[in-house]
Design a protein around this ligand. Sequence first.
Ligand SMILES: [Zn+2]
Length: 59
Amino acid sequence: MDDPYCVGQSPTPAKAAAEGPFAECVLCREPTEYPESTKGSTLCPVCAWHEAQRTACSG
Ligand SMILES: [Zn+2]
């Protein structure tokens, strides 16, 4: 079972969307693609990818 997070693909940084405001990433404080009204922790695409990779590739 190939995990896409484990094959060395780079995250694709999302282009900054034209309209805001967006919630900021809880890790790096970069704007995310989620609206500011999003509840809970928001992660930018890069941090979300790293989190997923860490989970998928732990060990
Ligand atoms: Zn981030």
